[in-house]
Design a protein around this ligand. Structure first.
Ligand SMILES: Cc1cc2nc3c(=O)[nH]c(=O)nc-3n(C[C@H](O)[C@H](O)[C@H](O)COP(=O)(O)OP(=O)(O)OC[C@H]3O[C@@H](n4cnc5c(N)ncnc54)[C@H](O)[C@@H]3O)c2cc1C
Length: 550
């Protein structure tokens, strides 16, 4: 297959970019499961944007920078904040139905770390509503083809070009598309593209407890890494403080999120004895930023030996709960819990990756013709900690930045879209080879390995870390990485195997990045370096270096 634009991922980032890029050419969007299955589809709270009378850009910028603990890229923050309102209007014009107040104005919610009400939402199902509209628009667009159950295995780079033609490639670090596994047929297909965009979302599934769906196995991070991309800030994994406590956790369980908006509406964290505890940790109490609340809960649980703390939403009242949080209310009720009458047992769970493939303000990676947007990208917006509801905003604004960058490039080249270094490059790229591989006979290894990676990451690379724990995790993950590579090299590709390989790669990158940051900052809390002011801050972003290509 050949296309102008190959987009990997059908969440908010991939779809909104696909709709824009269809203006210039053909778009193929591949997605590894059904097209709606994405982190986007589960987003509850909403999108942060300055729309209230008492709000202004400076305040949103200040809140974001404060939360990011000194590591945000100010230009990137200013970009999402200033372009936020326009992005909301664009979503509205596409047909997204955000919740409105009795006067017909957009209703603005409040979440932790925000100094004003600025969360635009569609009840507590914001992501689902956005995904619905974007998918509908994409399905009506003749230039866009969405391929479900197509799993991106590897990006096409100089390594995949037949040796006799390699010398004509001027820039070794160029992307030509991707090999993808058609999970329905089991065949590997080659998709060649002028521009490739990674929009594969997050990596929550590298941990045992996560709010992320099963698709979030960090594929895009690993794809980029193997192709020579730089990654940055990978040590900063955000744990959401309040997810519904679940006794039994299986291989790819997604735990249910109790949105921060519930605390924004007045719910209060309490210990098992019904006593408030957040005042001991932060003056903003239950509405402090997520890292502080997650650590406070972790500390309470460690101190008391309890399995969960409570979120008391009864104070909000039955009527408001049903009206403003119908999904949360119903989901809890389905599990036998009436949240208007009983407190909700909650625990923190892995939620969001602040780090990712390092991109510039135009969404470009360090590889020619390769872009990244959405959760997989590190634009510099979130720094060491993401402010609630800034991620959907980042995804829409930065997908527009990519569109603008490509538009300007095409203008400069007088509309010549042929950006690949060699004409008819597809002829010089190897077809996928299964030589030397056989069907996997030891599936149990994959299942066990997956669980083991998650346990190691949760036990040693979670909310509270130490050099000792990180070293212990690294030794184990390194060994598994080698074992999985050996298994991969002799086995026919399958979705389970590909995900396992990506999970172990991502775990390795997170641990190595965490070991480099010898301080506590934002989401990265080290027992060895507990206080910020007794060490020299590492003011810079830690870059995980690219692999050298042959
Ligand atoms: C429960 C929950 C609640 C949230 N609430 C909010 C909120 O209120 N506000 C907010 O701003 N953010 C929220 N977030 C975060 C936000 O939803 C995500 O960061 C955002 O949706 C990411 O969008 P994306 O387009 O980058 O990725 P996703 O929406 O995750 O889409 C990724 C796509 O890539 C595909 N994919 C992945 N790997 C491959 C592969 N190898 N080959 C082919 N396709 C692949 C997936 O199938 C999927 O289609 C929430 C997240 C969760 C999990």
């Amino acid at each position: 297959m050949k296309t102008d634009f190959l987009i990997i991922g059908s969440g908010i980032a991939g779809l909104s970019l696909g709709l824009r890029l269809s203006e210039f050419g053909t778009v193929i969007i591949i997605t590894k499961k059904k097209k709606a299955e994405s982190n986007t589809n589960y987003a509850q709270g909403g999108i942060a944007s300055v729309l209230g009378k008492e709000d202004n850009f400076d305040l949103h910028i200040k809140d974001t920078l404060e939360c990011g603990a000194g590591l945000c890229n100010v230009k990137a923050v200013e970009t999402i904040v200033r372009e936020g309102p326009e992005s909301i209007y664009e979503l509205l014009s596409l047909g997204v139905k955000f919740t409105r107040d009795e006067n017909g104005n957009l209703k603005l919610g409040r979440e932790g770390g925000h100094s004003k009400n600025r969360i635009v939402h569609a009840k507590d199902l914001t992501g689902k509503e956005i995904e619905r509209v974007l998918l509908y628009k994409a399905s009506k667009n003749p230039k866009i083809k969405i391929l479900e159950y197509h799993f991106a295995i590897e990006l096409l780079t100089v390594r995949n070009i037949k040796p006799e033609f390699r010398k004509v490639i001027k820039n070794k670090y160029t992307c030509f598309g991707a090999y993808t596994l058609n999970a329905k047929t089991g065949k590997v297909e080659k998709i060649v593209a002028n521009k490739t965009i990674i929009a594969t979302g997050g990596l929550g599934q590298v941990y045992l407890h996560t709010t992320n769906p099963a698709i979030a196995t960090g594929d895009g991070f690993a794809l980029g890494y193997r192709a020579g991309c730089e990654l940055a800030n990978m040590e900063f994994v955000q744990f959401h403080p309040t997810t519904l406590y679940q006794k039994e956790i299986e291989e790819d369980t997604q735990v249910f999120l109790i949105s921060e908006a519930v605390r924004g509406a007045g719910a209060i964290l309490k210990n098992k004895n019904g006593k408030e505890f957040m005042h001991k940790y932060d003056k903003r109490k239950s509405l402090a930023p997520r890292d502080i609340v997650a650590r406070a809960i972790d500390s309470e649980l460690k101190r008391t030996g309890d399995n969960f703390v409570y979120l008391d939403a009864t104070v909000i009242g039955e009527e408001r709960l049903k009206k403003e949080f119908p999904n949360i209310y119903q989901q809890c009720l389905n599990r036998g819990l009436d949240i208007s009458k009983s407190m909700i047992p909650v625990v923190p769970a892995a939620h969001y990756s602040c780090g990712g493939l390092k991109v510039n303000i135009e969404g470009k990676t360090n590889i020619k013709n390769l872009y990244a947007c959405g959760e997989v990208a590190m634009t510099g917006v979130h720094g060491a900690n993401r402010l609630a509801s800034n991620s959907l905003l980042e995804a829409v604004v930065f997908s527009k930045k990519i569109y603008e960058s490509i538009r300007n490039e095409y203008k400069r080249n007088n509309n010549n879209k042929q950006n690949t270094e060699v004409k008819n490059i597809e002829k010089f790229i190897f077809n996928w080879s299964e030589k030397g591989t056989a069907n996997a006979e030891e599936w149990i290894l994959i299942k066990h390995n997956k669980l083991e990676i998650k346990e190691i990451m949760s036990d040693y690379v979670g909310i509270v870390r130490s050099t000792y724990r990180l070293k212990r995790a690294l030794r184990r993950i390194k060994m598994m990485k080698d074992e999985i590579k050996e298994f991969y090299d002799r086995t026919k590709v399958s979705v389970d195997l590909l995900e396992l390989r990506n999970l172990v790669t991502v775990a390795y990158i997170i641990i190595k990045s965490a070991m480099k940051r010898k301080e506590s900052r934002g989401l990265h809390y080290m027992l060895d370096y507990p206080k910020r002011d007794d060490i020299n801050f590492k003011k810079d972003t830690i870059i995980f270096k690219r692999i050298k290509l042959q």
